[in-house]
Design a protein around this ligand. Structure first.
Ligand code: COA
Length: 315
């Protein structure tokens, strides 16, 4: 087995492996990975996707790539084909990750590396990260089966608040809300975009304008205002990750307006909209340490389906 730079290869070399990965994401996460896969293949052909490929008998059977975002490296993916002869899958995953981590840690100007490996169970590939000084944050993938929860008990919003569909006009205020909602929060250790207005704008851009986390679904996304002050108090953003699955990519409420039912009302509004449009499931990810959010999701009917890891290194 050899580990080679991904940029030596073309999309035709990687496509068969990505087709297997699409099947794995569908099975484990009810997530159609095809759009992300197409994006990866386009980057491959443009020879601009940094990463490594594991090669056996001339073909790619594992890969990992990363992207640079200003002073940060983000590990985008890791996938190794299972079974067959040749080296153990786990060993290959660790070797690929070690190469990626070493490259990023030695890249001039890179002071931070982040990774979230949704399709890998917690602890499964943590060794190379922990050896290189990363911290690990277990995160929970949760799923809600819409048909099992009739919409009878819609919570009422306190009268001073108003819920409205998401609008692009809210871009700046939404970024300010995200920054305020995550101040001192564990999720801003995992994703440093939450720590500044500019970072939160980039986060919003990634969610709303790019298909990296599913196709943004404005109809299932909402904002809550406090009427008197016209303050944006909360928001929920939803993407479509499969024709019948919505994914909550963001839900947050300003600290001073919490525990008043805003979070639950926004989740109910997204659920109602998705249900009316024939969606069957809603998924989301939440940091295990965020016990209040988890308590809220469980109370509503979300079930934990898997635990994966987020890793962070700061040089
Ligand atoms: C999670 C979050 C969106 C919930 O919004 P919310 O408007 O407070 O939610 P609700 O009022 O509908 O439900 C609150 C319930 O959730 C829990 N809860 C969540 N955050 C809470 C907080 N800061 N204080 C008290 N209870 C909280 C409690 O169980 C609470 O029940 P209670 O109202 O009976 O006390 C909000 O706490 C938040 O913005 N947190 C920071 C960002 C975040 O963690 N987002 C989720 C990422 S996956």
């Amino acid at each position: 087995m050899e580990i080679l730079d991904l940029r030596h290869f073309s999309s035709a070399d990687l496509r068969p492996l990505l087709e297997e990965e699409i099947a794995v994401w569908g099975r484990l996460l009810s997530w159609d990975y095809a759009t992300s896969a197409e994006m990866i293949l386009r980057y491959m052909d443009a020879k601009i996707l940094p990463g490594y490929a594991a090669i056996e008998r001339g073909s790619i059977f594992g890969y990992s790539f990363f992207v640079y975002e200003q002073n940060k490296g983000v590990i985008g993916d890791l996938f190794v084909r299972d079974g067959g002869r040749g080296p153990e899958r786990h060993e290959v995953e660790e070797r690929l990750l070690s190469h990626v981590i070493e490259t990023l840690q030695q890249s001039p100007g890179i002071h931070r590396v982040e990774a979230q490996l949704l399709a890998h169970n917690t602890g499964e590939v943590s060794r190379p990260f922990l050896q290189q000084g990363f911290s690990r944050h277990p995160r929970v993938f949760m799923n809600f089966e819409i048909g099992k929860h009739p919409q009878a008990s819609q919570p009422a919003l306190p009268p001073e608040f108003e819920i409205r569909p998401w609008s692009e006009q809210e871009y700046q205020s939404a970024a300010a809300l995200i920054t305020a909602a995550y101040r001192g929060h564990v999720d801003s250790e995992i994703n440093d975009q939450y720590r500044s207005l500019g970072g939160s704008l980039r986060f919003l851009n990634n969610i709303v304008r790019f298909p990296g986390c599913g196709a943004f679904d404005p109809r299932a996304s909402f904002v809550v205002f406090q009427q008197r002050t016209r303050t944006l108090a909360g928001l929920i953003l939803c993407s479509q990750v499969r024709p019948d699955v919505g994914h909550i990519t963001q839900v947050c409420v300003l600290p001073e307006y919490r525990s008043a039912g805003l979070g639950e009302t926004m989740l109910a509004a997204s659920t109602k909209n998705l249900s009316e449009r024939g969606f069957r499931f809603i998924s989301l990810t939440v940091t295990e340490a965020n016990d209040r959010a988890i308590a809220l999701y469980k109370r509503i009917g979300f079930k934990s389906t898997r635990v994966f890891d987020a890793f962070v290194w700061e040089g």
